[in-house]
Write a protein of this length. Sequence first.
Length: 217
Amino acid sequence: MLRATITSGMSEATTEAQPIAQQLRSDAAANRDRILAAATIAVRRDGEKVPMATIAEQAGVGIGTVYRHYPTRRALLAALTLRSFHLVLEHARAAALNDEPAPTAITRFLEQTIAARDEFVLPLHGGPVIQDEPIIAVRTEIRRLLEQVLARGRHDRTIRPDVTAGDVILTGAMLAQPLPHAGDWDQLARRQAAIFVAGLVAAEPALPDSRPTPGPS
């Protein structure tokens, strides 16, 4: 009887503790997101040496919360870089998965890059160069996916054969970095993207129905 009572009490305590633990995890995730969002703005505005206290204040959290998530400045910058590359990865994956012609997919990738420019802290945007394994892995996957798009275009002769994923990545990075005093950057960047994509188009006409048929999933 005593054992049953103890077991029952432990079970009730565990059940009560679960929502508390879930709430703590949810609060921690929300704090982390606020820190990264505030840090993105602060680093883009003031550079990577912006005081951690400034980031904490703009995130609406205590400095101790910042250091709990990111014990060092390098850890925070690495998290910002990885977050930025993951955004680019989403755009590259969308380009690889859609069934539109390769030039259209590349155009969409560049437009998404331009639209998300304020969320990027990347080396080509003046951010830190960090060679952590997770970052290298995401960068490699971005190139692989964009190469799939280009290979599709080479196959159906809508993309010239000498274009590389690096060309697309470099152009996207430049278009996502507004020039000072350039006026309406969205309009100007999209114009430059259209000119770039026009230059990708193969001189030979596309082959009708030449794209490979997807195999069984």
